[in-house]
Design a binder for this molecule. Sequence first.
Ligand code: SF4
Length: 316
Amino acid sequence: MFKGSTEELKIEINRLRTNKNAVVLAHNYQIPEIQDIADYVGDSLGLSRQAAKTDADIIVFCGVHFMAETASIISPEKKVLIPDLDAGCSLADSITGDQLKAWKAQYPEAVVVSYINTTAEVKAQSDYCCTSSNAVGIVNSIPEEKQILFLPDKFLGAYTEMVTGRELTIWQGACHVHEKIGELNLAEKQREYPDAEILIHPECGCSTSCMMKSAMYFDCKDAHVYSTSGMLERAQESDAGEFVVATEIGILHRMQKENPGKEFFAASEDSVCDYMKMITLENLRDALDYEQFEVKVPADLAEKALLPIERMLQIS
Ligand code: SF4
């Protein structure tokens, strides 16, 4: 492993990236140092679009495994690398290809909508992919008479059900990070920062009940449900000077950077995805130098998994 100061590491990363015609894509939940050195920082949908249009020879994906897999499906001719192969996702792990096969057998006429946080095996058996920013639009695009199997996130499913008014058949999966964000936490934060706007990610387990309460009891005022990219836009557009943000805390770095005059507070300091934090400047440098660890989806599987992703990209 390369030994050097942070500044030397950054110089090395920039040198290798240029020499190898590589692009570094980073998710909003990455550590600040990775976000600052990346060519592009975004949510799952934004990163998928970047992977599709880049003319780089190598994509280094600073995120979790299913994201690198998605990049490989979209750009099979590119070499896709992830700096740490153990960077997984509890939500993607909540349903396997075999489990989906068995679930589909119970509902042979149903349309399958899979959140992008799924493995290639699951995508390959799906009709549509979606992200938190376009789940509502995707569901609305499906004829009303069709039954929809929505997976794997039960919270995003419940939120989508509420907004669209459609009855969905929802897989009971969850992300361990978002599951930890509770109502109590938000109520406490609201008392602590009474003038703050509350920005909630739809995967966060409190969103449905919080929205219900804000409509019925007005005890969760100024709460807004957004995708991660929607949160970033709202932070810029809003006149509020303070925000309580209910999602993984990595996004606070970008919010603060883009809005220096405003203040951002985590709804829960425990909202940390350990998988996302496995990517470091050291292993990013090694990934570029040794071209490791390659994520490659077999061609036949990639071909099937590409269809629901393309349908999603067309609709959103
Ligand atoms: S925050 Fe949750 S959904 Fe996102 S990568 Fe981590 S475990 Fe997966």
